[in-house]
Design a protein. Structure first.
Length: 185
């Protein structure tokens, strides 16, 4: 429950600073992405059944898509939005649904990472903000690797360590993204 308290705090933090926001659109996407991340964390922590777990993964996918739209814009999103459903159908029909949704999440994360790198390259955001976005993307990547290791059967003895590492990297990523919506200069 401490993790949910942290995520609620980060969401509340994202709501402050309206007068210092980069712009309204950017602020909306940051807040919406953090809301979906909070929603996803809640479902993954509850983990009462398979369907709830899938909703958590889908919510994280939406979170990453919102980050991508923030960085790249809606026009770019429309051009490549077709890629996400294709990833889902690449797998055979009898393939594990969690693996399918995880593959969709990976595609969404890669789109978000691409968008962050492109926004950094073209200097879409001021210096500190674009560095926050890149650092947050790297933290999400490390956190996702820890999720993979957490779910790895040979490493079940280390699940507590990986769960701790997931949050050590995930929470600063959300904080950095909340800060990236604020005019710092």
């Amino acid at each position: 429950m401490l993790r949910i308290a942290f995520m609620v705090s980060i969401f509340a933090f994202s709501l402050v600073g309206r007068n210092h926001a980069v712009d309204r659109r950017d602020t909306f996407f940051v807040r919406a992405a953090i809301f979906f991340a909070l929603f996803a964390d809640l479902f993954l922590i509850l983990n009462v059944n398979y369907e709830v777990y899938i909703v958590g993964i889908a919510s994280f996918s939406i979170c990453q898509l919102l980050h991508f739209i923030r960085y790249a814009g809606t026009k770019k999103f429309k051009e490549i939005a077709i890629a996400v459903p294709i990833v889902f159908y690449v797998f055979p029909a009898d393939f594990d649904i969690v693996v399918k949704f995880s593959a969709v999440y990976i595609a969404c994360f890669l789109l978000s990472a691409y968008g962050a790198a492109h926004a950094f390259k073209i200097k879409k955001y001021d210096g500190p903000n674009r560095h926050f976005i890149i650092a947050a993307t790297l933290f999400f990547l490390i956190s996702d690797v820890c999720v993979l290791l957490y779910n790895s059967r040979p490493l079940t003895n280390y699940q507590d360590v990986f769960l701790f590492l997931i949050w050590i990297f995930c929470l600063p990523a959300h904080i950095l993204l909340s800060l990236s919506k604020i005019k710092l200069r």
